[in-house]
Design a binder for this molecule. Structure first.
Ligand code: AMP
Ligand code: MG
Length: 312
């Protein structure tokens, strides 16, 4: 059985073919980063238009790489929400129409469930129950994933997402979009940490206060015409951004007595975050699962996988 995955919720156009053993036969991704870079962030209208231009060539390439014909498909799965409205609509309508033309079932997939599925695609031996931390440009969420792949949202952010904070801090420091990898690259982790912020809301994640604290610090230093120590700013920001994730996960792993933790989404590529969670999980005797680096960002293989797992 072959599932076609379709993903257009933000600035990646992606089509993938995944079989019923969750093997990826192809996972073609066209990123629009170079287009949006010049505006300092994703421009929704441009993203939607580029998806329209890219979707058919990406489908052709995905079928060619998987060495199948479009009529070999047994199911089509597309991201239907959440996402930039115009962008997500392109893949949704495309997938729905293709399924109709082929007379095969259409699966509507929640993009966030796709990120959770990227963990299973990368680690076939992963078995829930688990806690799952989803850290991306638009979301900072902690889920309880039950043995049957039903999910319960435990924690969200009261304001900004963690990736958004990375991107905004990078922008004020003059680094190009997307800023997460730039900050990670510049952070000098041998420095002493002087946290920008020490208090976070108890029940949720929060990144707006941290972002503002860094921006205020940078503006203040610039007004005084002090030279900025970029490596130290990046390190201290990254420290604060990751510390609240670690604290919350530690508390909830204990509360739910769960011995498996998954971390997914674009920010899961961050090396410092990975190191901190490796230490935490070793201390608590918890198994840590991460996606392969190429499956951290948005891609259609994870959308097909979410449909196959029936994540709800
Ligand atoms: P996504 O929303 O899942 O497509 O992920 C994109 C987000 O991940 C953007 O906000 C990036 O800045 C962020 N990101 C990507 N790589 C890293 C990294 N190494 N460290 C921190 N953030 C990252
Ligand atoms: Mg995403």
């Amino acid at each position: 059985m072959l599932t076609l995955g379709v993903e257009t919720s933000c600035d990646e156009t992606s089509v993938a073919v995944v079989d019923d053993q969750m093997r990826i036969l192809s996972n073609v991704i066209i990123s629009q980063i170079d287009t949006h870079k010049q505006y300092g962030g994703v421009v929704p209208e441009i993203a939607a238009r580029q998806h329209i231009t890219n979707i058919l060539p990406v489908l052709d390439e995905a079928l060619r790489k998987a060495q199948i014909k479009v009529t070999d498909l047994d199911q089509v799965a597309a991201t239907t929400h959440p996402g930039l409205p115009g962008a997500v609509m392109v893949g949704r309508v495309f997938g729905y129409s293709l399924a109709g033309a082929l007379k095969v079932p259409f699966a509507a997939v929640n993009h966030l469930h796709g990120h959770i599925a990227s963990l299973k695609l990368s680690n076939p031996n992963l078995r829930p129950p688990m806690l799952c931390l989803l850290v991306s440009g638009g979301h900072t969420l902690l889920y309880l994933v039950n043995a049957d792949w039903t999910t319960e949202l435990l924690v969200t952010t009261t304001d900004d997402a963690i990736g958004e904070a990375f991107d905004k801090v990078a922008r004020v420091l003059g680094m190009p979009y997307p800023g997460g990898p730039q900050i990670a690259h510049r952070a000098d982790m041998t420095t002493e940490f002087t946290p920008f912020i020490s208090k976070f809301p108890k029940e949720n994640f929060s990144y707006s206060g941290l972002k503002t604290a860094v921006l205020n610090y940078v503006n203040h230093e610039r007004q005084l015409e002090h030279a900025l120590n970029i490596s130290q700013i990046c390190a201290n920001f990254q420290y604060c951004a990751v510390a609240q994730l670690v604290t919350k996960c530690q508390a909830l792993l204990k509360k739910y007595q769960i011995k498996t933790l998954g971390i997914c989404g674009g920010v899961a590529a961050n090396q410092y975050l990975r190191e901190q969670f490796s230490k935490l999980c070793a201390k608590l005797n918890v198994k840590l699962f991460l996606p392969k680096p190429e499956l951290c960002g948005d891609n259609a293989a994870m959308i097909a996988a979410a449909a196959l797992l029936g994540i709800k």
